[in-house]
Design a protein around this ligand. Structure first.
Ligand code: NI
Length: 257
């Protein structure tokens, strides 16, 4: 029923109860999850989870906050993981994060670009993280992404206008749990105004827990609250949001089941 397009189930906050939690997801209506990586280690552990559970798929890549020490050999390692594992469905999460200033911006831009070129080469879609870096992220995607590969703007925080620019590039927009927050008017406007066939939903577990559980650890079962809120905003049924977001994510990540 529900496809959580972005959950870090290999995060250490799930170390105590990971298997139990994952096994409970199908009963809670979640039947597909993409687990993105943030570095080489989480690329590996994400693949291990995908190997263990049919309904979990993995993405491999290096997050902008983890590229300070990145070298070309790491990119080759990611390439090898993507080529050798059938359940790797994307390169991600990659992008730019100007909120924290511990990784120089030019270094971030360099490795975002490099990883998009890798995705082009492997013909895999990309999962993009953009925090406080809207213009540079857009420019790099526009310049480097080949038309053949898909793209999802994970945890989209931009305006409706920016979302429309991404739609022109063939990108999908993923709506996170912040859509339920009282002060998140911008995300709700995006959730209402983008075409239903370009919309994905996600939890970004263990972060960004939606209402009514805000503040607690997030998990993919909470993607239902994102779907409910999107349905309410658009004036359509919960089932329509579930079906459309799932069909969209399956198309983007080329998952057949
Ligand atoms: Ni994430």
């Amino acid at each position: 029923m529900l496809f959580d397009s972005h959950a870090h189930l290999n995060d250490e906050s799930f170390d105590e109860d990971r298997d139990e939690l994952i096994e409970s997801l199908p009963k809670n209506g979640v039947d597909l999850v993409v687990n993105p990586a943030s570095d080489l280690e989480t690329s590996r552990t994400g693949i291990q989870l995908a190997d263990k559970y049919d309904f979990i798929y993995a993405a491999v890549g290096i997050h902008p906050q983890d590229v300070a020490e990145t070298e070309e050999a790491d990119i080759q390692e990611i390439k090898k993981m993507a080529q050798e594992n059938k359940k790797v469905v994307a390169i991600g999460e990659i992008g730019l994060d100007y909120y924290y200033d511990d990784v120089p911006k030019d270094i971030q831009r360099k490795w975002l670009k490099r990883q998009i070129l890798l995705a082009n080469e492997l013909s895999l879609p990309i999962i993009i993280h953009d925090r406080d870096a809207h213009k540079d992220t857009f420019d790099i995607i526009k310049e480097n992404k080949s038309e053949e590969i898909g793209c999802v703007m994970h945890c989209f925080s931009g305006s409706v206008e920016l979302a429309k620019e991404y739609l022109k590039l063939g990108c999908y927009i993923s709506i996170p749990g912040t859509v339920t927050f009282k002060n998140s008017r911008k995300v709700r406007a995006v959730a209402r105004e983008i075409p239903l066939d370009k919309l994905l939903i996600e939890t970004d577990s263990p972060y960004l827990t939606p209402e009514p559980y805000r503040g607690k650890r997030n998990n993919p079962a909470h993607v239902r609250y994102v779907a409910e809120r999107v349905a309410e905003e658009r004036g359509i049924s919960f089932e329509e949001v579930c079906d459309a977001s799932k069909a969209n994510a399956k198309k983007l990540f080329r998952i057949e089941e």
